[in-house]
Design a binder for this molecule. Structure first.
Ligand code: AMP
Length: 285
C-alpha cells in the first residue's frame, strides 16, 4: 500500500492505473476506522482493480463548538487496517495543502440540506460537498463508496455527482452495526459505559416504529415521530431531531406512503449520534 499526501501524486498514480484499463474504487473517510468503513473498503476491493482510501478530518464540515479538535485519530492503526484489506493507495492530505490561505470556493447542493442534519449543522454539507469534490478530483475514481449510516450525506453527494457530471458511480452500502444494534461510528469512542449501554435504544426505537409503520398501525409522520420520542424520552441524553421523510428527495410527508427514511440524532454525553432506517410503507395506508 502506497501512502500519498499530494493531490498531484494521487492523480498521476490513478492516471497510470487507468491507462492500463484498470478500474478505480474510492472510499473517503475521516479515519479512526471501524468495521463500517472496512465494509466499504471490502466492497470497493471486490468491484475494482485499484482501491484508493482517504483519511482526512475535514475542518470545513465542522461548525464552531463541534468536535473537530477532539475528533478521534489513530493514523498508524488506520494504515494497518487499510493495508490488511488490500488497499492500493491511502491518500492522507494535509489541511494546509487542501485549504491554503487563499482558498475561496464552496460547492453547495441546494434544498436537500433543509432537513435532518442540514438544519442542525449549518454549513456542514457545504463542507462535505466541497471536500468530496476535491477528493474526487484527486482520486478520479470510477466508483465512490458511501455508507447508508450518513444517509443525507449520501443523498446530497449523489445529487452533486449527477448535477456536476462527475464520471463516477455512487455506491451506497448498508449500515454496519455492533451486535446490539448500535450503528458503528468513530464517535462511539466518546461514550461512557453507561451511555454505551443506552446507545442501542436508538436503533431499537427506529426498528420498532418501522415495524409499526410497515404493519399499517402507524399511518402519519406525526405519530411515527411521537412514538420514537416516547421510546427515547427517559434516556440519559437529548433528542436533536426525529424525522420521517421521503427517501427519494428528503421531502416532508404527512401520510406515510412509499419509500421513507426514519432518522434520529441524539446527544449522548460528548457524542451526537445519528442513525436511520429505511421503511417501505404499505400500499393504501
Ligand atoms: P466518516 O469517517 O465517519 O466520515 O465515514 C466515512 C464513510 O464511512 C462514510 O461514507 C460513512 O457513511 C461510512 N460509514 C460510517 N459509519 C458506517 C457504518 N456504521 N456502516 C457503514 N458505513 C459507515
Amino acid at each position: 500500500m502506497k501512502r500519498i499526501r499530494s493531490a498531484r501524486r494521487l492523480q498521476s498514480a490513478v492516471r497510470s492505473a487507468r491507462s492500463k484499463g484498470e478500474s478505480v474504487g474510492f472510499v473517503p473517510t475521516m479515519g479512526f476506522l471501524h468495521e463500517g468503513h472496512l465494509s466499504l473498503v471490502r466492497r470497493a476491493r471486490r468491484d475494482n482493480d485499484v482501491v484508493v482510501a482517504s483519511i482526512f478530518v475535514n475542518p470545513l464540515q465542522f461548525g464552531p463548538g463541534e468536535d473537530f479538535e477532539s475528533y478521534p485519530r489513530d493514523l498508524a492503526r488506520d494504515r494497518r487496517l487499510l493495508r490488511s484489506e488490500g488497499v492500493d493507495f491511502v491518500y492522507e492530505p494535509a489541511a494546509a495543502d487542501l485549504y491554503p490561505r487563499e482558498f475561496a470556493t464552496r460547492v453547495v447542493v441546494d434544498g436537500l440540506d433543509q432537513a435532518l442534519c442540514g438544519t442542525r449543522r449549518p454549513g456542514h454539507f457545504a463542507g462535505v460537498t466541497t471536500i468530496v469534490t476535491k477528493l474526487l478530483n484527486a482520486a478520479g475514481p470510477d466508483r465512490l463508496y458511501l455508507g447508508q449510516k450518513d444517509f443525507q450525506q449520501a443523498v446530497i453527494l449523489t445529487r452533486m455527482v449527477e448535477d456536476l457530471d462527475f464520471a463516477v458511480k455512487v455506491v451506497v452500502c448498508p449500515t454496519v452495526r455492533e451486535a446490539d444494534g448500535l450503528a458503528m461510528s468513530s464517535r462511539n469512542s466518546y461514550l461512557t459505559t453507561e451511555e454505551r449501554a443506552f446507545a442501542p435504544e436508538l436503533f431499537r426505537a427506529l426498528s420498532k416504529v418501522r415495524k409499526l409503520v410497515q404493519a399499517g398501525e402507524i399511518k402519519t409522520a406525526a405519530s411515527a415521530v411521537k412514538r420514537v420520542e416516547s421510546l427515547l424520552k427517559d434516556g440519559p441524553g437529548r433528542i436533536d431531531y426525529i424525522e420521517i421523510l421521503s427517501r427519494e428527495d428528503l421531502g416532508r410527508v404527512r401520510k406515510l406512503s412509499g419509500k421513507l427514511v426514519l432518522a434520529v440524532a441524539y446527544y449522548l454525553g460528548k457524542a451526537r449520534l445519528i442513525d436511520n432506517v429505511w421503511i417501505q410503507a404499505p400500499k393504501g395506508s
